[in-house]
Design a protein around this ligand. Structure first.
Ligand SMILES: *Cc1c(COP(=O)(O)O)cnc(C)c1O
Length: 395
């Protein structure tokens, strides 16, 4: 069966849902048993059996089953946010004295978690540049337990050589985690490229409608028990209503992503023709940084990309561009049906990664609006940028 079909069929059990297409919202704290023996029987497998609300209800189980199947892993653990998924997975697999290798372009709040929380437990971190590939072997120490990658980086869009990193990590007995939010399971197959733990900020494309926070840890059978136990000990649980929204979002993923991709590429090409633009950071554009690796390993591109302006385009120019839009929203997150625009500063976010550009940059999320309307909106924004001091230094 194709992945597109599994996105529609996964996690659906007609018998459990009494024939209803979408598994109903099962809200619960207490779950009642007819006899003490039945309760004791259910307790034998608290991971699979309905036992107590915090441990999940049919709503949680349906979402987890679907995400595990679609991402291609053994099992999934739903978490209250993408950030929670990353934190729980890391906490599950390291102990005092261990060392973690983290890509320098990692989702920024992870740095604070490592510096403020994991450091207190005596876990050491080395940030490596996203271009490293198999040479990551040189940074692996005897106590290195985890390599955490994210590809492409969500502000600077470098593509990592995940199979080479995984080979080096596995040779040293380390676990490979990857934040697969940008590509979604549709456009990158983490477990076919050596990843042991795939992390999804389902908040983005899986929920897809900007109305709920959700994270997921999808992993191999070997690491599932450790991560699941850690999640249970930390009291990680998600509401049945949010599971319902995430599952409903997932069903249309294969319909939405090609549209995000096409519109993203149309906007990227348009930006690359503007004289004030130095470069467009979109892995699916021929000639763009990371294009060759993207072409080798990815099945498609989502709608999130970067634009770097020439040196000489001023802060005021960028502010005029961002403020003059009618359709593009200004705000955090991405992956919803609506387009977004935001200034970004990869040089500051990724101190260990070379950044050859001097000019300012922005990040665009291409939503599901008409690309023509979006380009018309951006053209007005670029006119405002020129007026406000965005003079091109192009020859
Ligand atoms: C947003 C994001 C996260 C965190 O997800 P939340 O659900 O907002 O906690 C993690 N990784 C990436 C790449 C993200 O963009």
């Amino acid at each position: 069966m194709t992945l597109e079909t599994r996105i529609v069929t996964s996690g659906r059990d007609a018998a459990k849902a009494a024939g209803i297409v979408n598994p109903p919202v099962h809200r619960a704290s207490t779950v009642l048993f007819s006899t003490l023996a039945a309760l004791r029987e259910a307790q034998k497998d608290p991971v699979r059996n309905l036992l107590y609300g915090r441990l999940g209800t049919q709503s949680t189980f349906a979402l987890q089953d679907a995400l595990a199947e679609v991402e291609g892993g053994y099992a999934a653990i739903a978490c209250p946010s993408g950030m929670a998924a990353i934190a729980v997975a890391l906490m599950a697999l390291v102990k005092t004295g261990d060392h973690i290798l983290v890509v320098d372009t990692v989702y920024d709040p992870v740095r604070a978690f490592l510096a403020q929380t994991m450091a207190r437990f005596g876990v050491e971190v080395t940030y490596y540049p996203p271009s490293l590939g198999g040479d990551i072997a040189d940074l692996i120490r005897p106590e290195t337990r985890v390599v955490l990658c994210e590809s492409p980086g969500s502000h600077s869009f470098e593509v990592q050589d995940v199979p080479a990193i995984a080979a080096a990590a596995h040779a040293a007995g380390a676990v490979v985690m990857m934040d697969n939010t940008w590509a979604t399971p549709l456009y990158f197959r983490p477990f076919e490229h050596g990843v042991d733990v795939s992390l999804q900020a389902a908040t983005k494309y899986i929920v897809g409608h900007s109305d709920c926070e959700m994270g997921a840890i999808i992993c191999t059978e070997a690491v599932f028990p450790a991560i699941k136990q850690q999640a249970m000990r930390l009291g990680i649980c998600v509401s049945a209503d949010d599971c319902y929204l995430a599952l409903r979002g997932l069903r249309t993923l294969a319909a939405r992503m090609p549209r995000h991709q096409e519109t993203g590429l149309a906007l990227a090409r348009w930006f690359s023709q503007q004289p004030e633009v130095e470069t467009v950071l979109h892995p699916a554009l021929p000639g763009a940084p990371g294009h060759a690796l993207w072409k080798r390993d990815f099945r498609g591109a989502s709608g999130l990309f970067g634009v770097v302006f020439r040196d000489g385009v001023s802060e005021e120019g960028i502010r005029a561009l961002v403020d003059h839009r009618r359709l593009f929203g200004i705000g955090f997150s991405w992956g919803g049906f609506e387009s977004l625009i935001l200034p970004t500063d990869p040089r500051k976010l990724h101190p260990n990664t070379s950044w050859p550009y001097q000019g300012p940059s922005i990040r665009i999320h291409a939503g599901l609006e008409s690309p023509d309307d979006l380009i018309a909106d951006l053209a007005e924004g670029m006119a405002a940028l020129r007026k406000a001091g965005g003079k091109s230094q192009a020859a």
